[in-house]
Design a protein around this ligand. Sequence first.
Ligand code: HEM
Ligand SMILES: *[C@@H]1O[C@H](CO)[C@@H](O)[C@H](O)[C@H]1NC(C)=O
Ligand SMILES: *[C@@H]1O[C@H](CO)[C@@H](O)[C@H](O)[C@H]1NC(C)=O
Ligand SMILES: *[C@@H]1O[C@H](CO)[C@@H](O)[C@H](O)[C@H]1NC(C)=O
Length: 589
Amino acid sequence: MSLTAIIHNAKDVVTSLPILVTAVGPILLVPVAIYAFTTISYHISLSGLENARQKSKVVSPPLLPYSLPLLGNAFAFLSKTPGKFWRSLAGILSKHPAMSILTVYMGGRKLHVLHSPTAVTSLFKARNVSRSGFNRDIIVKAMMLNKQDDKAIYGQGSSNVELFEHKQYEIYNKYLLATNAVTQLTHKFNEVLQRELAAYCDKINVPLQSNKDDEWHSIPMVSFLKEHMFTASTLALYGSKIFDFVPNLADKYWHFDTGLLARLYGLPRYFYPDAYAGIEEYHAGIMKWIEAGNAHHDGLPPLDMEWEEWAGSAVVRARRHMYTEMGISVAGMASFDMGFMFGLSSNAIPCTNWLLCHLLSPSNSTLLAKVQTEVDAARLPGGKIDMPTLLAAPYLTSAFNETLRHYVDVLVTRELNTDMVIENHFLPAGDVIMAPIFLAHHDGQEWNTQPSPYGDKRGVMPPENVWYGERFLKIDEKTGKAALSTREAAGKFIPWGGGAQICPGRVFAKQEVLAAVATFLGRFEVRFEEFLESTGKDGKMGKGLGRDEKSGFPVVKKQYSGNGVVAIEGDLRIGVRMRAGDDEWAESA
Ligand code: HEM
Ligand SMILES: *[C@@H]1O[C@H](CO)[C@@H](O)[C@H](O)[C@H]1NC(C)=O
Ligand SMILES: *[C@@H]1O[C@H](CO)[C@@H](O)[C@H](O)[C@H]1NC(C)=O
Ligand SMILES: *[C@@H]1O[C@H](CO)[C@@H](O)[C@H](O)[C@H]1NC(C)=O
């Protein structure tokens, strides 16, 4: 029983609820009775927890009270305010420190939510857990994997899934995580991003060679970066030809990205046409691109080069070889490419945007000045970036970590292959356990009690619901020098998930985000102008598309929970002009 199967059942109950209510109208007292019963059991198991812990007795985790038969807590879980459900759980959990795992009931099944850092760490250390059921649901329901390939890889009794996942991670280790692979990818990404920015400047007549009294040019930063980062990272990983075979690739991708959870949770196309619109064209375009590449190469793309225009980076080409060896069809490969593109873009791009929104917001000029100094220290001639210097910059990396802490919302889900005991809690084989990143990162108990980076005299950190760029720093009172804090404990800050299934793109992702910030602040002189609403479909600023009413700062877009870094609603109009002394850019661009 996978997570989506649970949600699926819950959704079916929701759909049949009107029938249920009409049929059993007279027994509307049932919810009251269920609520009373589950509340009593909950309190009994809570009161037994401390005792059980002292005696090292193994017990089932408490089950969160609910009132609706079968449905349980599914309504609350399917909230369209990201983080709402987890915040409500965090409130309950904070009152009961002995409760490190809480079970919620949805669609007739149980889902065990891990809360304490120790429980999360135990899950990441566990060897007999897997995510293949979850992966399969995503690729089949949200990315159109066809029946034949589904059966070949994930089918009952097929031992292919282990082999498949093993080979995939071998490829990631070699071509996505290894230092030279990351260096190559970051280099390519940066080269394309610089070219993109130069082309943009050319379009709006910003001279690449700056003068002191050049005019400022206004741009909507969020939509600007979303577009150019997408092009740069997709081109670096996938090559340039894909843009010819999938017209309006960026639009297709973002539409696909937005509808992902609705498709994964199996919401019917009839009622949610937008979640499915354009997905066939997107998939078909990728297939055409794969076929044209194969025709061009007269077979598979070569592996012995850094990058080539048809299939881009080595990680993408190696995946192509692997799928072919495993007999996967071109249609299947297109689905797996959609999956990898989601990993590539769904987190890193909004993460960069949130980070820059905070840095450029007018209330943050002090922090921006610190980051600007760090970026300038990592600037090399010709638009190149000294990555080791950038990666060691305390203010920038702390603000990056804080952005991950505040905005990552991934449901780290595992199925148990064997019974497991975590912190005195018994979890039976076959059950689904989840370490929601949002819950770990917004746990007031853990985050709000830490001393300020400026030392205990300044009190504690700002609360967890505030983005605080210096949160990961320790600042020497006497010298004012910033260093990384070592306070952060394992299992509490988990933006990449963990264990065998940890995000394989994490090393590149960090470099990509930091390089994008450094390129942006390194090339342009920037100034805040005003907060904007999001860009509507017609390319104009929309009305009522959301931003914070008081401050004007962008807000988190209303979506189902679990889509990765939460999407941004709102924008910043900023003025840009070329920084003086960028003659080299004109040459490199
Ligand atoms: C800020 C950026 C990113 C964040 C916060 C992030 C986070 C995550 C998380 C939490 C997971 C699930 C891990 C687990 O279950 O334990 C994951 C999986 C994954 N990520 Fe990332 N990621 C980011 C960027 C990237 C990039 C840039 C790539 C590709 C170049 C990538 C590729 C993947 C892939 C392929 C998987 C699935 C692995 C599998 O097949 O099981 N990610 N990511
Ligand atoms: C940011 O988080 C990573 C873990 O992902 C950690 O290794 C690093 O030290 C953190 N950086 C800072 C500035 O705290
Ligand atoms: C892992 O699970 C399998 C059953 O799926 C079982 O046979 C095996 O003993 C388990 N291994 C460990 C280390 O628990
Ligand atoms: C600006 O930065 C400060 C310090 O990191 C933080 O407290 C504040 O929330 C930030 N404001 C915005 C709008 O990002």
